[in-house]
Structures are given as structure tokens and as C-alpha cells.
Design a protein. Structure first.
Length: 207
């Protein structure tokens, strides 16, 4: 992601979130002037924070499309390793996932760098993490060095316009010596709709 994309966004306006269903096309109405006007949550090491992108989250008119967002102040003394997880919500056929992208900003709210969808991969989630279909999008990255002070998490129209495919194992039972054995038979792709809402978790590793 190119820093220039965000150059005009910090005063472009934000909006109250209006969409709870995937691919809701309704544009939100402007409500505020910057990405920090609705508050900034400070991160420290080690932190483990769960949060939601939902109807109560503000939505900003990013150049890549209106999106709910969260703004975090990065811990000092970095860089720190951060782990961001976004969980599949629900079960098929009504499931969905919030596909994050991120911007790292300096103390004057100027973009330093972007962290795009290529940073994320699918992984298995535990029962402790989520009660839905136990899959998550996850990215590990470093942030909080020299000029890096804020982290913005949001999504884009391009991601909302497509499903996200996760590879699932094919298995079958065979009987060996009179005992049924589960045998892997490759994988198949399963499409999970992307949405403006979701359940996320951010962790900051201890220095």
C-alpha cells in the first residue's frame, strides 16, 4: 500500500457505521473531521485486546471506500511485534469475516506505511478464541519504531466486493485392521463472504 493514498484522508470525514450485513452498499453520512476525533486507544506491551467492528463503530470515508475503523496509539520503546486476528463470525451459510488493512502513522498523523491484505493468512482458531467456525485471518508485523505512533485498522470496497477463500481439508474414513481411520485427501476451497462487521483481536508481544 502506498503512503500517498492516505494523504488526503485525514480530513475527508467519517461517519456513523450503518452496515451490519456483508456488501451493504449504503454510503454513510459524514460525522467528523479526522481519524482521531472519536478517540484513540493506547497499546502497551504485553496487551491482548479483543474488539468488534460493528454498528457502534465510527465509519470513515477512506479513498478506498467507507469503512468502520479503529485507531490505536502504538507503544513506545519499539518496534514491537503485533499480532492481529480477525475471526470468522457464525457458520455457513450466514458466516462472514472482516478483512483488515492497516496504516501506520507518525505523531503528526502522516502516513508512514501501509500493511495490505497480502500480510494476512488463514489459520485455525481455538474454541477459547471464538464460538463460530474456528478459522481466522491473521497477520504478524512490527510497528512502533522511530517515527511510528498510530495504527489505523479498516477495510476496503475491493475486499468487501469479493469472498475470501480458505482451504479446507478433505478427509474420509477407511477401515484398517477393523478400525476406522480418518485419512486426509487433499484440500478444497471454501468461500467466506467479507463484511463491514467482525470480531478482532490484537496482541502486543512483550519486549
Amino acid at each position: 500500500m502506498r503512503p500517498g493514498i492516505l494523504a488526503t484522508l485525514l480530513t475527508a470525514g467519517c461517519a456513523a457505521s450503518t452496515a451490519s450485513a456483508p456488501r451493504d452498499p449504503r454510503p454513510p453520512a459524514a460525522c467528523c473531521a479526522s481519524l482521531v476525533e472519536r478517540g484513540v486507544e493506547s497499546l502497551a506491551a504485553p496487551d491482548d485486546l479483543r474488539f468488534e467492528m460493528g454498528d457502534d463503530a465510527p465509519s470513515f470515508a477512506f479513498e478506498t471506500g467507507p469503512s468502520p475503523f479503529r485507531t490505536f496509539q502504538l507503544p513506545e520503546g519499539g518496534p514491537h511485534t503485533l499480532l492481529l486476528s480477525s475471526y470468522v463470525v457464525g457458520d455457513p451459510p450466514t458466516w462472514h469475516v472482516f478483512f483488515p488493512v492497516m496504516w501506520v502513522l507518525d505523531a503528526q498523523l502522516r502516513p508512514v506505511r501501509g500493511i495490505g491484505p497480502e500480510a494476512f493468512h488463514w489459520d485455525s482458531a481455538t474454541l477459547e478464541e471464538t464460538r463460530g467456525w474456528r478459522k481466522k485471518l491473521e497477520a504478524s508485523f512490527q510497528a512502533g519504531g522511530a517515527a511510528e505512533r498510530f495504527l489505523i485498522i479498516h477495510t476496503t470496497d475491493a475486499l468487501l466486493a469479493r469472498d475470501t477463500v480458505v482451504e479446507m481439508p478433505n478427509t474420509s474414513y477407511v477401515v484398517a485392521a477393523g478400525v476406522p481411520v480418518l485419512v486426509p485427501l487433499g484440500t478444497h476451497g471454501v468461500a467466506v463472504p467479507t463484511a463491514r462487521t467482525g470480531k478482532l483481536r490484537i496482541r502486543v508481544a512483550a519486549p
